[in-house]
Design a protein around this ligand. Structure first.
Ligand code: ASP
Length: 288
């Protein structure tokens, strides 16, 4: 059988009540980015496809990562990313990096180093060593929102995280995830996205998560799904079982997944996942 290639991307979770004015621009952005990502997947490999796709999602201010990333309670932007090369079984990432444009590109570069998961101090040093430009991810909209809510912090699901999972023509899998974290989270709080709970892949399956980071960590969600597939469950059953357990524990999150046969699965517990992929006939398919 010919190896089926697949790329699934996401731009976080929104509320079911969010209307067309919120859905339509996200749908359009997903379609453009998915098209660009497929070109990379067809000409290069799964790892490059998830990196390039994630960078495009980071560059789009509609999504909570890179430019347009959300802000912590002290008014600072702290960006995190995770990159998992499923073929080489190698994880790298950025924890609460500041003043960088594309945390996923830094995660990519870190794959060649011994120290592959850096906090803000390491990011500052390595980003400069590697010649990455100083970049302020703030948008006026986010700074204004912070100013509005700084004395009355409140939970909102209106942002999310971005991510991509892919399997290439050689059957190699990869996962990339990037985030600004939670709006008005406490200073220095760390997202799940830079951990194998939020972003994981091996030779059987690749998963990227979004949603309440602490819930994702508690369930070790990405790793849980990947290991279930590795141990022989079909992707559908692995995801359904993991989400059934999560719903019983009132978790708030979502995941996109692919397996080595090119099957795709997207799932959420309560919010509405902003995700897209091409179906078997090659048609753009979205969860929005
Ligand atoms: N998972 C991210 C975090 O908890 C945010 C999100 O996906 O909504 O930082």
């Amino acid at each position: 059988m010919v190896q089926r290639i697949r790329l699934v991307i996401h731009g976080g979770l929104i509320d079911h009540e969010d209307g067309e004015e919120s859905r339509q621009p996200r749908r359009e952005a997903l379609q453009q980015i998915l098209d660009a990502g497929y070109k990379v997947l067809e000409s290069q490999d799964a790892l490059q496809a998830v990196i390039q796709t994630c960078a495009l999602l980071e560059d789009n201010p509609l999504f909570n990562a890179g430019t347009g990333a959300t802000i912590q309670r002290d008014g600072q932007f702290r960006l995190s990313s995770g990159l998992m090369d499923g073929h080489r079984q190698s994880f790298s990432g950025v924890i609460n990096g500041r003043l960088i444009k594309n945390p996923i590109y830094l995660a990519e570069k870190l794959q060649q180093f011994e120290d592959r998961l850096l906090d803000s101090t390491g990011v500052e040093i390595q980003a400069r060593n590697l010649g990455l430009d100083v970049y302020d991810p703030a948008t006026p909209e986010l700074v204004n929102r912070w100013a509005e809510f700084r004395f009355t912090p409140r939970f909102t699901r209106s942002h999310g995280t971005v991510g991509a999972v892919a399997v290439d023509a050689q059957g190699k899998l990869a996962a990339a995830t990037s985030t600004g974290g939670r709006f008005m989270a406490g200073a220095g709080r760390v997202s799940d996205s830079c951990t194998p709970a939020g972003n994981y892949a091996n030779e059987a399956c690749a998963v990227s998560c979004t949603g309440h980071g602490e819930d994702i960590l508690d369930e070790a969600l990405a790793t849980r799904i990947v290991l279930r597939v590795t141990d022989g469950l079909s992707l559908d059953v692995a995801v359904e079982r993991s989400f059934h357990e999560a719903k019983e524990r009132s978790r708030d999150f979502a995941a996109i997944c692919v397996d080595c046969d090119g099957n795709a699965h997207c799932a959420e517990t309560i919010g509405l996942l902003v995700a897209a992929y091409r179906n078997d006939a090659g048609a753009f398919t979205t969860t929005l």
